[in-house]
Design a protein around this ligand. Structure first.
Ligand SMILES: [Zn+2]
Ligand SMILES: [Zn+2]
Length: 424
């Protein structure tokens, strides 16, 4: 059924009648004598019972680039998974790109913050009732995972974009059939999600949900590019091309790293102003005719650390032209896998330069997310300057605002089940 905004209350009322529970938690509808998984609900003290498909509300990404709010069914947990109530989910550029990468229709969303409702053994270090952020997936078995470099997991791409679990199963049903889901192994544009325990990062419950939901992908990437990939040192010089959420996170991380010169480059004056407020010492508008000359005038020896967050060929030209001898150019995206760039291998060789692709900030979420929260708590990482919240039924507005640059970091806030429950 298609659900419009005004139908949310009706939906929750129907969910409530099916699974009514005084604390608002969904309780099992069916017991099995010998469950494969051990369900641990707080109300049941760890009794072993099994769930049937569980009605939730979520955004279905459709051909044509729009979302529809729909009633969905959440399937059963597999060992090593948790079911979470999603409180909010960040939206990043990968969600927009996913319309062309994931089999549609699909449930997207990959920056969840939520509360653990139940877990399926093996038990991890996160428990029922914990507040968690959900970051990117990793298999746990490959050599990269074993050596604790999760961003290099050989299954990263498949686990993120295949629209299913590693075994091919899909955790979400729509209109009676399995639907493309497990996006980044979370599909968090929904009121509940099934996620791998190993993707969970416990976070303090008093962190605002719009702050926490900004962290798991885009900000992890931007900060990690500075701290883990470029390793910008104290008194160093760095440039950030493109000051969206990833770029602004990089600017803030460079300031926290006590870089002496932080150069923000963008085509939007308002973003450049914000960059300066967040720590950039220099700002250049790349739409000007002589931006390369202007930068060279200010930094005649070149810039040793350059990060591009745009993926545009012009940005790469600018980056390579401004890079100092021995410098490192890091990039977080390319516009198309088939894109060719005009940079010359000989120029790279002459400059003794290094090119580095940045995936997920070369960061382990259980280290980088607490680090960002520590910065935030100290007032050094004002995430609230980047985020804007939208209700789930306003998700198309969020996507449009993000696309045209009206909003830096949209956060999709899920409806509270208790608000629509007349019996609660
Ligand atoms: Zn792996
Ligand atoms: Zn992302």
């Amino acid at each position: 059924m298609d659900l419009l905004a005004g139908d949310l209350n009706l939906f929750w009322a129907s969910v409530s009648l099916l699974n009514r529970h005084p604390k608002g938690l969904v309780i099992p509808m069916e017991n099995h004598p010998e469950p494969e998984c051990h369900w641990r609900l707080p109300s049941q003290g760890g009794d072993h019972v099994r769930m049937t498909a569980n009605p939730i509300l979520g955004a279905i990404a459709q051909e044509g680039g729009r979302y529809a709010i729909e009633s969905l069914g959440l399937g059963e947990l597999q060992p090593g998974e948790a079911r979470i109530r999603v409180l909010a989910s960040g939206m990043c550029r990968t969600d927009a790109e996913a319309f062309g990468m994931v089999p549609l229709p699909a449930v997207l969303g990959h920056e969840a913050v939520g509360v653990v409702l139940e877990i399926c053994e093996p038990l991890g270090d996160v428990n029922v009732g914990d507040r968690v952020a959900v970051s990117y997936p990793s298999c746990g078995h490959c050599s990269a995972c074993i050596s604790d470099r999760l961003w290099l997991c050989e299954s990263n791409w498949a686990l993120s974009f295949d629209g299913c679990r590693h075994d091919g199963s899909k955790p979400i049903r729509w209109r009676g059939s399995d639907v493309s889901s497990a996006f980044f192994q979370q599909s968090s544009f929904a009121t509940e999600a099934i996620v791998p325990m190993r993707s969970l990062v416990a976070i303090p419950a008093d962190v605002p949900i719009d702050v926490a939901a900004a962290l798991p992908c885009g900000l992890l990437t931007g900060t990690g590019a500075i701290t883990n990939v470029l390793g910008v040192p104290p008194f160093g010089v760095c440039a950030v091309i493109g000051t969206g959420a990833v770029g602004l996170a990089a600017v803030m991380a460079a300031r926290i790293s006590r870089a002496e010169s932080i150069i923000a480059i963008d085509v939007h004056e308002d973003r450049l102003r914000l960059s300066r407020e967040l720590g950039a010492t220099h700002a250049f508008n790349a739409s000007g005719p002589d931006v390369g000359e202007e930068i060279r005038h200010a930094f005649p020896d070149g810039i040793p650390h350059v990060l591009d967050t745009t993926g545009s060929p012009q940005a790469w030209d600018l980056a390579m032209s401004q890079l100092s001898r021995g410098g490192t150019f890091a990039f977080v995206t390319t516009p198309e896998p088939v894109e060719t760039y005009r940079i010359s291998p000989f120029d790279i060789f002459l400059k003794v330069a290094t090119l580095k692709a940045v995936l997920l900030g070369a960061a382990n979420p259980r280290e980088q997310i607490p680090l960002m929260l520590k910065w935030w708590a100290a007032g050094e990482f004002p995430i609230e300057r980047l985020v804007r919240s939208y209700s789930l039924d306003d998700i198309n507005t969020a996507a449009e605002d993000s696309l045209v640059g009206r909003t830096i970091k949209p956060i999709i806030v899920m409806p509270d089940p208790s608000e629509g429950d007349p019996l609660a």
